[in-house]
Design a protein around this ligand. Sequence first.
Ligand code: AMP
Ligand code: GLY
Length: 425
Amino acid sequence: MNVLLVGNGGREHAIAWKLAQSKELKKLFIAPGNPGTAKCGINIDIKADDCDKLLAFAKENKVGLAIIGPEDPLAAGIVDRFEKAGIKVFGPSGAAAQLEADKAFAKQIMKANSIPTAESRIFDNFQDAKAYIASRDEAVVVKATGLAKGKGVFVCDEPSEGIIAAEKIMEGKIFGKAGEKILVEDKLLGQEASILAFVDGRNIYVLETSQDHKAIGDGDTGPNTGGMGAYSPAPVVTDKLMDQITREILVPAVDGMNKNGTPYKGVLYAGVMITQGGPRVLEFNVRFGDPETQPVLARLKSDLLEAMIATCDGTLDKITLEWDDRAAVCVVMASGGYPDDYEKGKVITGLEDADKLRDVIVFHAGTAEKNGKIVTAGGRVLGVTALGNKIADAKAKAYEAVEKIKFEKAYYRKDIADKAIKVKK
Ligand code: AMP
Ligand code: GLY
């Protein structure tokens, strides 16, 4: 089968790398892809949001399955367009993608289906938000309700910080339209985990667990980013807890989306805080996590393409996925300055030396090829991923690889996976 994968990040490189191992695959096209995906298939010079061109390309090239990586085209309804044209497509409809693209919609689904999450209020004007935050004397979390590339959430220990965040979003319009409405919610305490599941409208198939590191600095300090590293499995999610998450979160979410007339199909991502009172949803995403996908797919032994087809066909009850028992750790190497402004075009060296290490895969994210050299082209540049018997082994291997890779002003966290190493007794 010919497959068209849409996107150009580290997540898409990981998906492309795994698809390239499939027995079912004939040709893999990635639009627009990056220098990493170019090694797994054929990069096509069409942007991820150019639905017309993607559709025309898919028709001309007999694409049997399109896979949509990022949230923006999903929220814009790319899946509806492909389905209308009779092309099988992995991902939720535009209406179902609002579960990520509109945090107010997500809260409404959670409330209507008794899914545990933080108490919250929604505001569409700054003065009301300010008065509400000022009336509270505990920590608050302020969120733009729209899509903001993982940067739209401010965890504020003091109400005064919350007011500043609300002002930046609503008056300063730092996220544009995505910040016209905000959500103010209680701060939850605990460890986070990312739960990914294939959903075919009816059946749910939970993938191996992972944990992201959203803050830019070691020890979870500084502003949030798209994710600075991840590991799988997340030992904080015991089997018992996974059952509870499935029962209290995933099943009611899928049922709730059906009842709402927006059935869910694709991969459902629940960002969960494991609090003392049990798991609580922080957010839903309607796609694979980035960088969680890198360590999760590094551990997948089964055929990803078959699983994605089963998701589209409503036959997830017929598949079984096998996993590598080893752990995987992904360390993101970013451009100095990210998540704020950063320079691009820095030459990257040492990629081959790192890739040559056993059980190491260097996933490209913000890279480009220029005059035969690989250069930086984004905030998150690489996802250096390694497998190891224990999480500590995978971590050591990933950092060994990171140390071989150099570019000017490269930045990475030094503590990826430490939480898991501490949790594991
Ligand atoms: P979100 O995009 O909504 O998942 O938020 C991004 C990150 O902000 C999460 O991964 C958490 O680290 C943090 N966060 C979001 N909501 C809360 C909350 N209610 N309490 C504590 N931390 C939160
Ligand atoms: N790593 C968080 C996300 O993909 O949203």
